[in-house]
Design a protein around this ligand. Structure first.
Ligand code: FES
Length: 108
């Protein structure tokens, strides 16, 4: 079983068990680690984006590639709802857990 460390800009890191057969989003949810996932994990919103800090991951497939391109994600970003850990990994949440109050809406 691999280990994942999820870092946030505004809260303490969470470490949880990850697996090559379960998405990072599902593994995080099972551990109670919060991560935005506005479309419910269907690769439609991009809010679950994480920055890859270290480790190996499943390949980026068609739906994930399309969503990453659509939101202008950096080359080091993955969708937590699609990516699976291939080793111990370290990732950082890109978006805050909820939009800042009063902030202008911005496409994801
Ligand atoms: S939860 Fe929407 S793209 Fe991952």
């Amino acid at each position: 079983m691999a280990r994942a460390r999820l870092s946030y800009a505004d809260r303490a890191d969470v470490v949880f068990e990850a697996s090559p057969v379960v998405s990072l989003l599902v593994a995080a949810q099972r551990a109670g680690a919060p991560l935005r996932h506005d479309c419910g994990g269907k690769a439609l919103c991009g809010t679950c984006r994480v920055r890859v800090d270290s480790g190996s991951f499943s390949p980026i497939l068609g739906r994930e590639r399309a969503r990453l391109d659509a939101v202008g994600a950096g080359s080091e970003e993955r969708l937590a709802c699609q990516a699976r850990a291939g080793s111990d990994v370290e990732i950082t949440a890109i978006l805050p857990l909820s939009p800042a109050r009063g902030a202008a809406a911005r496409p994801e």
